[in-house]
Design a protein around this ligand. Sequence first.
Ligand code: MN
Length: 210
Amino acid sequence: MSHTGNGYRHGMSPTERLEHYRSKRNFSSTSEPDGATSSSPPSDETRFVIQHHLASSEHYDLRLEHDGVLLSWAVPKGPSTDPAERRLAIRTEDHPLSYADFEGTIPADEYGGGRVIVWERGTWTNSTHDDDGRVDVDDAVRRGHLSFEVHGHKLCGGFTLQRLDDDGQWLLIKHRDRGADARRKPTSTEPESVISGHTADEIGDPEAPS
Ligand code: MN
């Protein structure tokens, strides 16, 4: 989960943007998608996904579809529906679109080894504005302030990702809107995958012989 630089430069193709992702993984060992082929059909709606990842340090991976890749942040404590909570979010490398459906075990000796479930998914829209009007996603990420709306199963309404420093540390903050609720703790009360209904604890042990 440690930050390793995103490697993104403006105008890069999805293939170029995923070089960092591929360089960290051995696809003859891990069952994660290699992103070499686009296995996800194009869609008018941009998807978001949050994967619960039980790795050496437990975290939630927030991924936002944009320009043929999944922009990614690792959120150690996961998202909160309480606008008073500020959750650390560490920018990680862009992932292939096909990663949005990935659940399973990553071998323990591989990068990110552990168990992954799709804890939440749905669609998202950019809502970033400045004094001059709408700000596109690339500019918002470059400037370090991205506001967006999600429509998922467990989360809805606005969130902001606010960059803290040049080492990839951001904060994820819920907006005060209809989706805000300081009492809900969805990472605790709704731990199951929205695909399989299983929790990350319940899927196969990556250490066990197969
Ligand atoms: Mn992860």
